[in-house]
Write a protein that binds this ligand. Sequence first.
Ligand code: NAD
Length: 479
Amino acid sequence: MSTKTPITVAKGDGIGPEIMDATLRIMEAAGAQLEIEEIQIGEQVYLSGNAAGIAPEAWDSLRRTKVFLKAPITTPQGGGYKSLNVTTRKMLSLYANIRPCIAYAPYVDTKYPNMDLVIIRENEEDTYAGIEHQQTDEVVQCLKLISRPGCEKIVRYAFEYAKQFGRKKVTCFSKDNIMKQTDGMFHQVFDEIAKEYPEIENEHWIIDIGSAKMSDTPEAFDVIVTLNLYGDIISDIAAQIAGSVGLAGSANIGPNCAMFEAIHGSAPRRAGQNMANPSGLLLGAVQMLVHIGQTDAAENVHNAWLKTLEDGVHTYDIYKEGLSTEKVGTREFADAVIARVGQKPTKFKAISYATAKEPMNLKPVVRKSLGKKEIVGVDVFFHHKGTTAELVAALTPANTDGLSFKVITNRGTEVWPGGNVETFCTDHYVVRYIGNSPLNHKDIVGLLDRVSNTGLDFIKIENLCSFDGKDAFSLGRGK
Ligand code: NAD
């Protein structure tokens, strides 16, 4: 007796319904046992006045099935519409985004025929928390929040993924030479967790030179794990240089739910013409079948698809005179894959998901205290249109013996007591106060009271903390 796995399906907009129909037909022919619940998302839902693009009832289906196969949607032009992808990732805590970027040379044109890498992108944190403020006339800020549990979850996922799929190396990309606290923590957690996987090689690259290397020699990498924003950018580059964004699928994994999709959009200009390539969504669906334990069906789909590709049966986007044998539409491509179910590729290496049968060992995060926390100072942010000298003069009366300012910076560059005449100053200053002894909240409130008596416009404060005597904040540049 076969038991079917319930999944939630959204056919989306533009080319979405066509590529979803093709994907569902192929999976069925390959023996996938699925019980499909369909929900409405996308353009029509947005235009009906729902700013999130997803009806409240749809969440009930997602909570029930915990597995979401999603076709691309069209986000209507104009402001006020929230990104459905970002909403879904956050609502369902889908912390890991997995994008295999693989070349299919010589059947799909690419400069990098040996490229075969997987990008694992942190999906919940970083600047994507969307915490932004206009602070002064001239300066806006976006807060980059990185948590230790967030780093641990994604880094462990990357090593477990490498172990499960027989990959040899995990590379961490970060910018910890500049962002020593945020990216520094990501790198540090990577080094800690890497020790638990001695059988897997590990390395770290600074994101800028690492991305340059990836764009030039992608075959030097196997699994790359990185923070949200970097991962967003490099995964599109990697998919494109592998051959086509139209061929890549993606998985978004959380502790309870998961979402699978193509990485491309709804390509409205191609909609309704039986032209679109369903491969990206199909490969997302293969990741879904592996995730729900239907590895035989996943293997059937993947191998039949590879055989179709190497037989030269191609949609318009990858069709190439001389290499392709037949130019087909979406439906005919699906028929060609279905006709090859049960066959294995002979030129590409056949896929086996045998190692994916064991579940990953995603140990729960251990919450840690960093020791005794003390406030050693406070950064006070000011909106100040005058000169640095005027700021110093106005603030000096607010100093006390126990708490006085030591450094003033403007966009991170020291302008007092040191500084250069060449430094361009905006109307946004950070004044660093250091206390003689550990400070308490009352000391800070007292400081702010004195500061407000100066008539200056303070925007916000950041406490400067030490943990077990170790300072845990950035220095003003020049210090
Ligand atoms: P797009 O990926 O939809 O299309 C770009 C071009 O790539 C198309 O014109 C087409 O030539 C080609 N293409 C894409 N997918 C293809 C396929 N499967 N087969 C053949 N050719 C394909 O990007 P866009 O034009 O920037 O965006 C269109 C809409 O999609 C926008 O509303 C955008 O917001 C949305 N979008 C949705 C998602 C998603 O739902 N995950 C992702 C990206 C963009």
